[in-house]
Design a protein around this ligand. Sequence first.
Ligand code: ATP
Ligand code: MG
Ligand code: FE
Length: 346
Amino acid sequence: MIILGFESSCDETGVALVSTEKGLLAHALHTQIAMHQAYGGVVPELASRDHIRRVLPLTRQALGQAGMTLDDVDAIAYTAGPGLAGALLVGASVAQSLAWARGLPAIAIHHLEGHLLSPLLADPRPDFPFVALLVSGGHTQLMRVDGVGSYELLGETLDDAAGEAFDKTAKLMGLGYPGGPALSRLAEQGDAGRYDLPRPMLHSQDLDFSFSGLKTAVLTRIKTLEKAHGSLPDGERAHLAAATEAAIVDVLAAKSLKALKQTGLKRLVVAGGVGANRHLRERLQQALRRLDGRAYFPPLDLCTDNGAMIAYAAACRVNAGLADLEDTRHAFTVRPRWDLQEICRA
Ligand code: ATP
Ligand code: MG
Ligand code: FE
């Protein structure tokens, strides 16, 4: 079965074709980063309008890449939430209209399930069960994953997400949007030991996280430096970036290892945009090797939002018998807020 999938939950428009037998066939992506940069963050209304402009050209591009036409498509998948309501509605309306016009089933996908299953698109791919560290712009969660649709939440952030911590501290340092990649590039030139930043909840007994305090700690250092030097010196900015990255990576690694210990599992899967962070990858790969286990990551270009993970999650649900292919009502809604636990098997 060939599935055409749409992602439009935030500032990436993604369209992909996945075969339930052969896996990923093609994917096309447009990121709105350049458009939102001038505003220092995502402007929801601009995001929705841009999704409208991009979605059909990207669909043609993905079909062309796969050497297919709409006649080859057997089902349509789309991100139904969580995300920005207006942005979600673009992908959902296009997907549902196409499905209705062509008499095909439409499959609503939870964005986080897309992230969560994306490491299965890489080689080597992990077997179930595994512990998943989901680290994106809006979420930081540790989960026990026993199969498609079996996601047990082990712990999560009590305030900011890890990606948000990268973005907000980067903004304080004047690094623009999105800050994660810029901060981690700058960190290469800095000495992480130069500033001692807090590692919130590092030693708490649970598997929860807290990152909002880090922002305040970085702001305090910046203010002190600006007072002393008149502005933030470039060298110190790099040291601060390195120290911030080290603090975030330390906490993410420590809690992931604690989750492995608690579950007795030896496979760790990292998903979401922060999974593109080189230090986090290296740290977890090393730690898992020492444990005689293994860390798995999505292909680098599929860490942040994309259509491939949505079409692929739909294929996984179809293969697991968890997709309703008989529903031809095409009445739909989007879920800007949506708990992943709601889509788990009973
Ligand atoms: P969610 O999936 O929770 O709704 P999102 O879709 O906005 O949020 P993603 O697209 O998965 O999140 O990831 C974007 C986040 O990843 C941003 O916060 C960005 O700064 C961060 N990020 C991307 N690359 C890196 C990197 N190399 N180092 C650190 N953070 C990174
Ligand atoms: Mg994004
Ligand atoms: Fe995402």
